[in-house]
Write a protein that binds this ligand. Structure first.
Ligand code: TXA
Ligand code: MG
Length: 327
C-alpha cells in the first residue's frame, strides 16, 4: 500500500478520471495486484481491456466500487450475507459474485447472469473511484495468462506505452488476487482462494462455506495455466528440489530457485535464488515480483520449493500450481 503519510497526487487522479470519462483505460493500484480499469458502463472502453490483455471476452471482469450501497446498482437478489461480508471485509481483498442487475453490460460479465463486485483497499484507487463516481471494471493488469503485476514497473513491462496512464500506488501489500466468493443460489462458495480464507468467511457468516470448487476450473478465467512465467517452472518438495538442482547443475544448466527454507549453501554462478519469508502473508506479498525476477534471469528452469500443506498457504498453492509448466 502507498505510504499513508504520503499525500495522494490529486492532479494524477484528476487526469485519470478525465481519461476514464473519455473511454480510456487506466492502470490502477489495489492492495492485491494492479488492475487495468475502464468505465464499467462504457462498452467500447471495456472492449479495449479485452484487446489489451488478449483476453477472451467470455472471461468476465470484476467491477470495483467505492461504496457498499452501490451494490444495488449492479446486482439484484442480494442476500443478507453479502452485506455481512461487505461490512466486515470491504474495502479489502474479497470479490462477491451476485446475480447481475439488468443494466450491467454483458461484455463485463462475459454474457453470464452474475456479476463480480469488490471495493479495493487502496487510498489512491478509493480516491479515484470517489471522484469518478461510478463502477470501474478491472482485471489484473497483465496480458492474459501471465503473472499479475504488483508494482507500476511490472505494469509497464506488460503493456509498454500502450497504456497511457498508470497511477502510482507503491507495491501492493497483499500481493495475490482477491478471494472470489459466489453467493448465488443460497450458497457461499469459494471460487478463487485468496488472503481471506474459509475460516474468516465462516466466522462472519456462521454458515457452511463450500470450497469444493477451489482447484477446479469454475470461474471462466481459472484456466489451469495462469500466472505463468516464460521459463519452465517446477514445484517440488525440498529434497526433490535439491536433487533436481544438482542434476541440472551437473548438466551445466542455469537454475533459478524460489524457496523459503533451503540453506543457502550453494553459491554458484549457475544459480539465481530468492529466499522468501516463511510466513505465508509475507511470502504472498513478494511472490509475483520474485517470479518475475527469476523469469527475467534467463535460467533454464525455475524450481519452486513446495509450501506447507496448510490452509494459510492454500491461495499460494493455487497460484503456484497454475504457474507450473514445462516448455
Ligand atoms: O484482486 C483482484 O481480484 C484483482 C484486482 C485488480 O481487483 N482483479 C483480478 O481480476 O484478479 P481478474 O480479471 O484477473 O480475475 C477475476 C476473476 C476471473 O477469473 C474471472 O473469470 C472471475 O474473476 N469472474 C469475474 N466475474 C465472474 C462471475 N460473474 N462469475 C464467476 N467468476 C467471475
Ligand atoms: Mg488476472
Amino acid at each position: 500500500m502507498q505510504n499513508p503519510f504520503s499525500p495522494i497526487d490529486e492532479i494524477a487522479i484528476q487526469k485519470a478520471v478525465r481519461l476514464l470519462q473519455d473511454g480510456k483505460v487506466v492502470a490502477i493500484p489495489t492492495e492485491t495486484v494492479y488492475g487495468l480499469a475502464a468505465d464499467a458502463k462504457n462498452a467500447e472502453a471495456i472492449s479495449q481491456i479485452y484487446t489489451l490483455k488478449g483476453r477472451p471476452s467470455s472471461n468476465p471482469l470484476i467491477i470495483h466500487l467505492n461504496d457498499i450501497a452501490a451494490i444495488q446498482d449492479w446486482a439484484i437478489d442480494i442476500p443478507e450475507v453479502a452485506y455481512q461480508l461487505a461490512e466486515r471485509f470491504w474495502p479489502g481483498p474479497l470479490t462477491l459474485i451476485l446475480r447481475k442487475h439488468s443494466k450491467v453490460l454483458p461484455l463485463v460479465t462475459g454474457g453470464q447472469d452474475t456479476v463480480a463486485l469488490r471495493i479495493p483497499n487502496h487510498p489512491v484507487t478509493l480516491a479515484l473511484l470517489k471522484t469518478f463516481g461510478s463502477g470501474l471494471a478491472a482485471p489484473s493488469a497483465n496480458r492474459s495468462g501471465s503473472i499479475s503485476p504488483t508494482c507500476t514497473k511490472d505494469v509497464r513491462a506488460e503493456f509498454g506505452d500502450t497504456v497511457e496512464c498508470i497511477l502510482e500506488g507503491g507495491p501492493c501489500h497483499i500481493g495475490i488476487e482477491s478471494t472470489i466468493v459466489s453467493l448465488v443460489d443460497n450458497r457461499i462458495q469459494i471460487l478463487r482462494p485468496g488472503h481471506i480464507d474459509e475460516i474468516a468467511l465462516q466466522t462472519v457468516t456462521k454458515k457452511k462455506i463450500d470450497n469444493t470448487a477451489v482447484g477446479h476450473i469454475i470461474t471462466p478465467g481459472s484456466s489451469p495455466l495462469h500466472y505463468a512465467p516464460h521459463t519452465a517452472l517446477y514445484l517440488l518438495e525440498k529434497t526433490a528440489l535439491e536433487e533436481e538442482m544438482m542434476t541440472r547443475l551437473a548438466a551445466k544448466q542455469h537454475v533459478a530457485i524460489l524457496h523459503y527454507s533451503l540453506l543457502s549453501h550453494t553459491h554458484s554462478a549457475m544459480i539465481r535464488q530468492i529466499k522468501l519469508n516463511p510466513d505465508p502473508i509475507a511470502y504472498a506479498q513478494q511472490l509475483y515480483a520474485s517470479l518475475r525476477a527469476l523469469d527475467d534471469a534467463g535460467c533454464d528452469c525455475i524450481l519452486v520449493e513446495m509450501p506447507p500443506q496448510t490452509l494459510a498457504w492454500l491461495a499460494i498453492h493455487d497460484r503456484l500450481r497454475r504457474a507450473q509448466h514445462s516448455i
